[in-house]
Design a protein around this ligand. Structure first.
Ligand code: PRP
Length: 221
């Protein structure tokens, strides 16, 4: 409904530290409960009557926006690529949350391993879609073991030899005896928009894209 507030979906966790300054620079101030770590509330009012915020897991940002529960959101292109929802547009790169999706394996396998000779590979990952498509392009059959976190444990506990996961500083790989052997793609956070909402409420959504663009430019300046 056009008179309902727009819903902005934001991702929980570490990425929020990078995203929130942009949100604030775009003129959005969440209600105080948003900053209270004890608060169990999931939907928040803002200083603007026309905009509410929901805080959900990063994968769920894409799902809430794709199904129209939220009109706009902030999601990494890892999540956008994994789901590949046709209902989602990602018109603006926010330039934060920079990391990459990579293939990694235990350091002691690396010298004898030649990825160009693989015909099949078993991988633990929370990105089975990205992983399967990446290896299919190389003609490699990928068997994905879906995990939701702590992928780095899978090789040492015998689930598989390799993982596909986000790498930012590389500290998690190193702490778990793994080495990056192939970069699949670079990742940043994007402003995402529900396609139908953009058609039905174009003025509001275009205004938000403009405000987020200005907030990104102000940071870069
Ligand atoms: C991500 C990713 C790695 C880690 C990489 O996990 O899955 O485990 O960050 O970062 P680094 O290269 O700087 O060490 P995150 O902490 O986001 O939690 P998750 O396991 O819930 O995905």
């Amino acid at each position: 409904m056009a008179n309902e507030p727009l819903i902005l979906a934001l991702p929980k966790g570490r990425i929020m530290r990078d995203v929130l300054p942009i949100v604030r620079r775009a003129g959005i101030t969440p209600e105080p409960a948003f900053d209270d770590p004890e608060c169990r509330q999931l939907r928040f009012r803002t200083n603007l009557a026309g905009l509410d915020i929901i805080r959900v897991r990063s994968f769920d940002v894409a799902t809430f926006v794709a199904f129209g529960g939220a009109h706009i959101g902030v999601a990494g292109n890892d999540v956008l690529m994994e789901f590949d929802y046709p209902e989602l547009y990602a018109p603006l790169d926010l330039g934060v949350g920079q990391c990459r999706i990579s293939v990694a394996e235990p350091a002691d396998f690396v010298t004898d391993d030649d990825p160009s000779r693989w015909s099949s590979v078993r991988v633990a990952t929370k990105y089975p879609g990205i992983t399967s498509r990446h290896f299919a392009r190389r003609g490699v059959q990928a068997e994905c073991i879906k995990l939701n976190g702590a992928m780095e444990l899978a090789p040492q506990l015998g689930l598989c030899r390799r993982i596909v996961d986000l790498v930012s500083t590389g500290a998690t790989l190193e702490a778990n005896g793994l080495v990056e052997i192939e970069r699949i793609c670079d990742i940043t956070s994007r402003l995402t928009v529900n396609r139908a909402a953009w058609k039905t409420r174009p003025e509001e959504i275009n205004e938000w894209i403009g405000k987020f663009q200005e907030a990104v430019d102000a940071k870069a300046a």
